[in-house]
Ligand binder design. Structure first.
Ligand SMILES: [Zn+2]
Ligand SMILES: [Zn+2]
Length: 422
């Protein structure tokens, strides 16, 4: 009998692969769709744990110390990192305030605590209590932790205010940037499969038994399970197992339609009103971009144009196309569609820039009667559009494209491809 080998299914196209020991630093990609399967990193958990530990004091400093100080006409205004959220709260925009605080503070904090609870003991060879649940939380919050987007929004807010006021960075700003860099490095160093492997090893199958085994991949931890496991909790991570995301197309379509409805008021209503020495002017997303171009700030104008106009429209169109192909089409180029899906899923969060900019401007510019910035109703609708398209992308199942693609693209299920190093 031939020896059993550990098996992995591609998350995006379901093609089965044999897990091999790769050279250090090599990345294994799916033979069918090109999606990244796993990488070999030496000391992945220890390095990620060390980077996360180093980020803790900086994270505290970034959120407690003064962030930016602003001076207009001799009057000063100080802020902390969290001021953007609280300023929206004061303006009565609870929904938006809660969303901003969730994305720029709560989600990163939850990820930091989960990483500490899990990675530090694992790095020392010990398995902490609730390891599987903790790692699922860590992975689940990944797209919602938007510290990087928030920093970009700060650059935009800075550029907008440059000529109007004196801005002075506080000690929290370098701490905030350092936290972001350390946590991004920790994330880049961490190989999720190595963590799951420590919690419970990947299923091994003898070559040739795959067809009778009819494998299903756990959507949370990628454990390979027999078809009967569908609908039951995964033995490794406890999450519910399904071969395809349940009601993927209808749920995704519902969120997409909701996004489309929210996108109309998002563009027609003002996103912010600036009162400057008694004169008030309101801007929509588009007029804001035009104003930025007119004042010569074209790099910032381009960033906002891409993030607030191009990305949401492209995302809505691409998702609509993918939903059509997955429901009615016979995709000729499923590789290309899968790649498009990966792209819209990855860039969607950057549309949040404008929401953070409005929050930051509201927090920074409230200098009595001299100057204030008030958020407009359009920004709430815009934030809803971004969140709804993120939900729509999350619920879409790219494997349905391969299911529809037909025989030409069917993977030889009896043969398990060895994932090539790239
Ligand atoms: Zn694939
Ligand atoms: Zn699982």
């Amino acid at each position: 009998m031939r020896t059993a080998v550990p098996i992995l299914l591609c998350e995006l196209c379901d093609a089965p692969h044999r897990l091999r020991v790769l050279p250090v630093g090599a990345v294994a990609r799916c033979r069918r769709c090109g999606h990244r399967l796993y990488a070999h990193r030496r000391g992945t958990i220890a390095q990620a744990a060390a980077l996360t530990l180093a980020a803790v004091p900086l994270f505290a400093a970034a959120h407690l110390l003064p962030f930016v100080r602003l001076e207009i006409g001799g009057r000063e205004q100080g802020t902390t990192v969290l001021s953007a959220g609280f300023a929206l709260w004061r303006e009565g925009m609870w929904w938006l305030a809660a969303l901003v605080l969730l994305l720029m503070f709560i989600a990163p904090l939850v990820r930091l605590l989960a990483a500490l609870h899990l990675l530090v003991p694992l790095a020392r060879g010990r398995r902490p209590r609730g390891a599987a649940a903790t790692f699922r939380i860590l992975e689940r919050f990944r797209p919602w932790a938007m510290t990087d987007v928030y920093l970009m929004a700060l650059v935009v807010a800075w550029a907008k205010l440059r000529d109007l006021a004196v801005l002075e960075p506080g000690p929290a700003l370098p701490a905030f940037i350092a936290t972001l860099v350390l946590l991004l490095l920790a994330e880049a160093r961490l190989e999720p499969l190595a963590v799951w492997e420590q919690i419970a090893p990947q299923t091994r199958l003898a070559p040739g038994t795959l067809a009778t085994f009819r494998p299903v991949a756990c959507p949370h931890c990628r454990q390979v399970l027999p078809a009967e496991a569908e609908g039951r909790p995964c033995p490794r991570c406890g999450g519910r197992v399904y071969a395809r995301k349940p009601d993927s197309l209808t749920t995704s379509l519902a969120w997409l339609l909701a996004a489309l409805f929210a996108y109309v008021p998002a563009n027609l209503l003002p996103v912010l009103t600036v009162v400057w020495f008694g004169r008030a002017s309101a801007d929509t997303i588009l007029s804001g971009v035009v104003r930025l171009y007119a004042s010569g700030l074209w790099p910032v104008a381009t960033v906002i144009f891409l993030a607030s106009i191009v990305i949401p429209i492209a995302k809505i169109l691409v998702l609509a196309g993918l939903l059509f192909e997955a429901r009615f089409g016979r995709p000729q180029h499923p590789h290309l569609l899968t790649r498009l899906y990966r792209a819209v899923d990855a860039v969607g969060r950057w549309s949040m820039i404008d929401v953070f900019v409005v929050g930051l401007l509201t927090a920074l510019v409230s200098v009595g009667r001299l100057a204030t910035v008030e958020p407009g109703p359009g920004i709430t609708a815009f934030a809803a559009t971004v969140v709804f398209t993120m939900f729509a992308a999350h619920h879409f199942d790219a494997r349905l494209l391969w299911d529809r693609a037909g025989a030409r693209h069917v993977h030889p299920v009896r043969r398990i491809a060895a994932a090539p190093g790239a």
